[in-house]
Structures are given as C-alpha cells and as structure tokens.
Design a protein around this ligand. Structure first.
Ligand code: GLN
Length: 575
C-alpha cells in the first residue's frame, strides 16, 4: 500500500525491486502492501464547450491523490502556436503565471500550485508552438535526416515525450495532463492522437477523463445528455474511449441521468461523475471526494485505495472561508479589471490571506483609466485597503498615481505590486520630492527624472518572448523594517517578471524623506521592496508575491496586508 505522509512527500521510503516498490508508512490505517511503482498517466480532456473547469478538476484530483499519500504533478498542454503565453494580451488569455524557473505559463499552473503547494516548472506547460519549435530544430540539426517530417509520428512523438518527461524515473505516482481547448478543435487533434497512442503503449497505466456539459433546459425542465453523447462520440472517432466522464451541471444528476450517460457512452455508472456549480473552487476537491473521482482513478490504474484522503487542513480552510468573522473592502486598481482572470493570482492570494485572518475580503475592482485626482476620494470611499496591480504601458498610469497618492496621504494600507511599486516611487518623487515630471522610461523615455529605468541587462534585448527578468531571485531584507517583521527572516526568494527597475541614483533622496528600500537583491543591488516609515502600512514590491500564495501556505505579505486593512477598518469604526 502506498501511503506517504505529507512530510515524507519529497523523500518517499522506497525500496526498488524490479518493477515493484515497497512503500512503508507509519500510519496504522495503512497496511503495508506492494504496488507497482511506475508512474500512472491521467489525461483530462474537455468537450462541448470551454470553461468547464478542467484545470480545477485536474487540481482537485491531484489534491485527493496527494491527500491519500501519493505524489502527483499536473501538466497543461496548450494547443496554440505561441511558444508561451508571455507575449499574449491578458484580454486574450488572462493572467500569465510565472514559475520558480522563470517560465511564463498558463494561469492553470497557478491553480495547480495553490491546490498542491508544490512548485511547477516549464515542463508543466507545453504549447503547440514549443512542440513544433523543438521538432523543427531537430530537423535542422539533421536528427531526422532522410525522413519526411510529419504530424504523425514526429509531432505526436514530441507530445508524448513532453508528457513522459514528467514521469521520468518514476518521480511521481501520477502525472495528470490537462489538454487545453475542446475536443473536435483542429488544434487539439495531435494531442488526442498522442493520447490514443499512449493508451496502447501504457495500458492500465493510462486513464482518460473527459469533461462535458450536461445543460439544464428550463423550458423542458430537464437535464440533457445529448451534448455529452456527441462529445464522447467525437473522442471515439479519434480512437479514444474515455474511462471517466466528469459532467459539469447546474443541477444534481439523478441515477436515471447517470445510467443513461453510462449506457450511451460506454462507461460504468460509477464512472459518471457529477461536477456541480459551486461558489468556491476550493470546494471542488471535497465534492470530487464525495463523487469518488479519485477512487475511480485508483481502481482503473490498479492502485491501492486503502488510505482515505486526509483533507483535514483543507476542510479547516473551507470552514474559515465560509464562516468569516468580519468583512473588509479592498480596492484593486488596474487596467484589466473587467476581466477577473487577468488578476487571478492576486484575487486568490487575497482569499487565502482573508481566510487566514478569518475575514472576508470584498474586492472592489477599480479601472485605473477612470481614476483621477478629482474623483479618487469618491471612488475609493469605503475601501480600507488599496492594491495597485502589475502591468505594462501607459494606459491607466495616471489613475494608479492618483490612487497611490490618496492611499499615502489618507494613511490607507497600500500594497503596490511590480508596476504598482514602480508607480508608488514615481508618486513619491512627484509629490514629496517635488520632481513634477518624474516618470518611468517605459512610459516617457525622455523624462528628466527617470525614477524607474530600464535594467542594464535589458538594454541590449530586442526579442520580446521570454526575455524579461523572470522567475525566482533572492532578496535581502533590512533589519527593523516592516518587510523584515512580515517575513521574519533576512533572506527571501520571490518570483519576478519585469524589464524596468528603481533607479538607485535617487535612493538617498527617497530614504531621507521616508521611503526606504527594505529589500534589496544582494547580487545586483536592485531595489526589491520599498516602504514608508511614517505610514501604518505602505509597501511596494518589485516581485510578484501572488505567484507563491497557496491554500496550505498563504503569502505573509498578503496576510499582513489584510490584517492591516482590518486594523484600519476597526480604527475607522472606533473599535
Ligand atoms: N512594466 C514594468 C516593467 O517591465 C512592470 C512589469 C510588471 O508589473 N509585471 O518593469
């Protein structure tokens, strides 16, 4: 029986014996037995429509497997031609998530990390562009000398290689691969074909989970199974019979519906899983446990299911999430606010931080283009905390400056992230240091006061894709600063995504007037954190703390920020 404790997660006690491994676990619930130690591959495809929640189902399944003591990782295969989403407008693809190793990736990787509390990397996100690039490079190198390079087998082999790479050396019990897009799209075809081939190669080490929609027709007062039938038929035409169907629905599926889907789609009724709409993504693992999705996967891969999923901490989190003792209003000022996905990780970080403070964060999205000095007090009235979002370019810049000035002068807790931090230093230069034309050379290259300037190593960069300062860098915190008190340690590591930096020529002037650099990159001297000494809570960070907040480990900056917002609120109410 495989049942590794969470602590033993990174160091399983495994004795290899041919293809079998013995796993020992101190938990008396779990009898010691043997299991096949090879990695199992779970594919998650989607049919009928997009936005059915493949990412959340994948993350929830991985969470349940992890909660049973298994190791799991999740991979997203995106069928677009961009090498990565780094060059995509957030309107196109939502947030660009950044991993420790500096990969610019799909936002679903953020969900994987938030659910599993395990870092992902470039290998967890592959696009069609990346697959083709690799194949074309091999062709130029002469790897296929004499052959005609084709979608099958060359592209499909490359896809299979990317999938199997994560399972190399059996470092994970399960590799869950989510295929982006919807089955039937031209772009998805090579991926479905790769799954078909892998089923032959891997046999019972492979499971295909297909997500579909079971719509409710109000006029007929009925749930309809036909879209699911058609979607499964499309899969079958490509030679893939799904093993498990996860059916997204707004109404519960009764036995009649489950049996009907099972009968028409060649699966057992137990493999028809209901995925009902819910108000929080964090409830999905619990719902999937009730539906026995994990059990179905274990059964089909002949893995032991002796250990029950241990979700105690998760349920505690849910309990706090659903029973907050207070509510605070926080404004998120940015230019993509009509699109919730653009700031996904910030929004989720605030949920984690709120829950950690047993407080509900009521987030007010503020469009920075609509803010100016004249209306800012009205727009921000009633909010007890202000976040200025990351971003690029001129649009909405002055609105961010106006919001920061208001937060600074009204002593409202403020957190500036990346561009938000850069704006905070520019606002300070303009309104405290008297440099009226202070700016960033990103927006105004000819500014007389380049408070924010292009990084030296970026000056020679011409290519746009993957060339920013990306991924994890170290930061040294100054003693006796807010930053130090929040992190309670001297050295931290945070993820980055930027080309511009604070201009150290101005640092002394800033520090003399009360804006200090409390975090610095020890190697390059790059300013990573600024804070105001005469403000209850005013912090700007050049990095992105939102990429590292998880359910199991809410980010300390967000936790402390929400606490400061609660204090501000209490003070306002005279409590
Ligand atoms: N545009 C700024 C830079 O490149 C900030 C980037 C960001 O907010 N992620 O430095």
């Amino acid at each position: 029986m495989l049942c590794k404790s969470f602590a033993a997660y990174t160091q399983p006690f495994v004795t290899m014996m041919g293809p079998l491994a013995f796993y020992f676990h101190p938990n008396s619930n779990c009898n010691m037995t043997t299991v096949e130690a090879t990695t199992k591959y779970i594919f998650v495809t989607g049919g009928v429509t997009s936005s059915l929640g493949k990412g959340i189902i994948s993350a929830s399944l991985a969470k349940l497997l992890q909660a049973r003591g298994y190791t799991a990782t999740i991979q997203k295969l995106d069928p677009y031609i961009n090498i990565d989403p780094g060059t995509l407008n957030p309107y196109e693809h939502g947030e660009c998530y950044v991993t420790e190793d500096g990969a610019e990736t799909d936002l679903d990787l953020g969900h994987y990390e938030r659910f599993l509390n395990v870092p992902t990397s470039q290998a967890n996100n592959v696009t069609t562009g990346r697959i083709y690039l690799s194949v074309i490079n091999k062709e130029r190198r002469g790897d296929y000398l004499g052959e005609t390079v084709q979608v099958i087998p060359h592209i499909t082999d490359e896809i299979k290689h990317s999938i199997k790479l994560l399972g190399e050396n059996n470092q994970f019990d399960f590799v869950i691969t989510e295929i982006g897009g919807t089955v039937g799209d031209i772009e998805s075809l090579p991926y479905v074909e790769a799954i078909r081939q892998l089923r032959w190669e891997l046999g019972i080490r492979c499971v295909v989970i297909h997500l579909t929609l079971v719509p409710y027709l109000a006029a007929a007062k009925e749930l309809k199974t036909k879209p699911t039938q058609h979607s499964v038929k499309t899969m079958q035409e490509y030679g893939v019979q799904p093993d498990i169907l996860v059916c997204r629905t707004e109404r519960p599926l009764n036995d009649g519906i489950r049996n009907k889907i099972a009968q028409f789609c060649n699966v057992s009724p137990a493999a028809v899983i209901e995925s009902i709409d819910t108000d929080s993504i964090y409830k999905v693992p619990v719902l999937m446990r009730e539906e026995k999705l994990d059990l179905q996967v274990l059964k089909k891969t002949r893995m032991s299911a002796n250990c029950m999923p241990e979700l105690h901490a998760w349920e505690l989190f849910l309990d706090r999430l659903q029973n907050p003792l207070s509510t605070v209003k926080i404004a998120l000022v940015g230019k993509y606010v009509e699109l919730m996905d653009a700031y996904k990780s910030i929004i989720e970080s605030l949920i984690h931080a709120g829950t950690s403070n047993v407080c509900k964060v009521d987030l007010k999205m503020i469009h920075s283009e609509q803010v100016n000095e004249g209306n800012v007090s009205k727009i921000l009235a009633g909010t007890s905390g202000v976040i200025v979002a990351p971003g690029f370019g001129e649009r909405g810049f002055e609105g961010k400056i106006a919001a920061i000035k208001y937060a600074r002068t009204e002593k409202i807790p403020f957190l500036g992230i990346c561009l938000g931090m850069q704006c905070a230093t520019i606002e300070f230069a303009r309104n405290v240091l008297g440099m009226k034309d202070a700016h960033s050379t990103e927006m105004v290259p000819s500014t007389p006061h380049p408070i924010i300037d292009i990084m030296e190593e970026q000056k020679k960069v011409n290519l746009k894709g993957g060339t920013m300062r990306l991924g994890a860098y170290e930061c040294k915190l100054k003693n006796d600063t807010r930053a130090y008190n929040i992190y309670s340690k001297q050295f931290i590591s945070e993820r980055h995504r930027h080309r511009f930096e604070f201009n150290n020529k101005y640092l002394e002037l800033f520090e003399n007037k009360g804006m200090i650099a409390s975090g610095i990159n020890p190697g390059s001297n790059l300013v990573e954190i600024v804070e105001l000494t005469d403000h209850p809570w005013f912090v700007g960070v050049q990095f992105h703390p939102e990429y590292k907040s998880t359910v199991a480990s809410p980010h300390p900056l967000f936790v402390d920020f929400v606490k400061a917002v609660m204090d501000f609120d209490n003070h306002k109410q005279g409590l």
